[in-house]
Design a protein around this ligand. Structure first.
Ligand SMILES: [Zn+2]
Length: 418
């Protein structure tokens, strides 16, 4: 009986030990698993950055009008380090993709544009094309994971002699850059989100080399890609944007449906030159505001007297909004449509003995500027923004004025309305 009791307590003790051991191993496994997971995430920085992208205003995009504008963006390298203007950081690239999503842009393939060109097939309300030149490995490592999260299509222009090789022609002294390998290209092919196109065999300036050599670059690069990837290669990118009438004709005669250059302009769907599509270069230092402006349309400044607000618009897209101070009743700000005439980083008013920082002249002596200050540095009306108290100029807060000044070009429209 006693023996039996001893055995029972021994069994109980054993069970407790086993439970403790199991729990401890669970904790250890979880701890290491999390750590491993953490390390893995850290390894690929672009994965860390991403929350599931979502629309800020889902209904907004359902109701927008179809645009005739077609921006085609030109990227080269996306990476953590950005040594020259041809690099865009992972963070900035992701922010730009979010801007596209928030402003209802839908990336399409060049093939879809061609279908529209040929048959008038449907396009999304705000189409856009994302292109990447030269085929760097950092597209696969950095840009693609971000594009996948957004489910955005893109076009990759490959230089056939450099596939699987290291960059020799635009490398910086301290580093060469790897191009994509055939294996990486084939893996991306499966995703259905990347289309491959030709960017010649050796990346020459086509307008500067003999025509038969240019012909070879145009024709053979297409053949090599078609053979290796078992797909039609329909589009071409002129290296350095260099082409002439003969090379353009050669591209067409070689069976390409279209080609892209490097003009810093937008395309219009009702006036497309399929063999010289324009592209907007997205350089390293572009701000989010400039990015949205570039793809959205003409800049315009709207000054609303009734709610004392200034809006910066690009096309129909609101870029930003500021609280202002317009003219008091006795000294009103003129109403109407104007243009920016001059820009002056630090103006001086001898009438009021005041400095007028970040002045934008839009009519006679009427300016948009930062709240003025006198020789002692005392600001006038800093606490009265949002009220119509000025001598007729349009005052902006400290900081806001510089933003507006930097964004504004001479000649853009200004509307002053009630
Ligand atoms: Zn190139």
């Amino acid at each position: 009986m006693k023996k039996d009791k001893n055995k029972k307590s021994f069994d109980f003790f054993l069970i407790v030990i086993i439970i403790l051991l199991v729990s401890l191993s669970c904790i250890i496994i979880l701890f290491f698993h999390n750590n491993l997971f953490f390390v893995k995430l850290n390894y690929n920085t672009s994965l860390i950055l991403i929350k599931k992208p979502e629309l800020k205003h889902p209904d907004y995009c359902k109701n927008i009008k179809h645009s005739k504008r077609l921006p085609i963006l030109m990227y080269h390298k996306v990476d953590t380090k950005t040594p020259t203007e041809y690099w865009v950081s992972n963070e900035k690239f992701q922010a730009q993709m979010q801007i596209l999503l928030d402003n209802c842009f839908t990336p399409i393939f060049l093939n879809e544009l061609y279908e529209y060109y040929l048959t008038g097939a449907n396009l999304p309300a705000r189409p856009i094309i994302l292109t990447f030149d030269d085929g760097y490995e950092n597209f696969f490592l950095n840009a693609l994971p971000i594009l996948k999260k957004f489910n955005f299509k893109s076009e990759l222009f490959l230089i056939t002699d450099y596939i699987g090789e290291t960059n020799k022609w635009d490398s910086l002294k301290e580093q060469n850059y790897r191009h994509l390998s055939w294996m990486q290209i084939k893996e991306m092919q499966k995703s259905g989100l990347v289309n491959f196109e030709s960017h010649t065999i050796t990346h020459p300036k086509l307008a500067k080399i003999p025509l038969n050599q240019a012909k070879q670059e145009i024709i053979e690069s297409k053949q090599i890609l078609e053979q290796k990837l078992d797909m039609r290669i329909n589009f071409f990118s002129y290296p350095y944007g260099s082409y002439n009438a003969e090379t353009k004709k050669q591209v067409k005669d070689s069976g390409y449906l279209g080609a892209v250059g490097v003009y810093q302009k937008i395309n219009f769907l009702n006036d497309l030159d399929m063999l010289a599509l324009r592209r907007l270069n997205i350089e390293r230092d572009i701000t989010n505001k400039e990015f949205l402006t570039k793809i959205s349309g003409e800049k315009k400044i709207i000054i609303d007297i009734s709610d004392q607000k200034m809006k910066l618009l690009a096309g129909n897209t609101l870029i930003s909004e500021y609280i202002i101070s317009t003219g008091a009743k006795a000294t009103p700000t003129p109403r109407g449509e104007f243009k920016i005439l001059t820009k002056n980083k630090l103006g001086w008013s001898s009438l009021y003995n005041s400095y007028l920082p970040f002045s934008l002249q839009f009519f006679g002596n009427y300016l948009i500027h930062e709240v003025p200050y006198d020789k002692a540095g005392v600001r006038d009306g800093l606490d009265k923004l949002g009220q119509a108290v000025s001598h007729g100029c349009v005052r902006l807060d400290i900081g806001d004025a510089k933003e507006v000044f930097d964004w504004t070009d001479i000649g853009i429209g200004v509307v002053v309305q009630e």
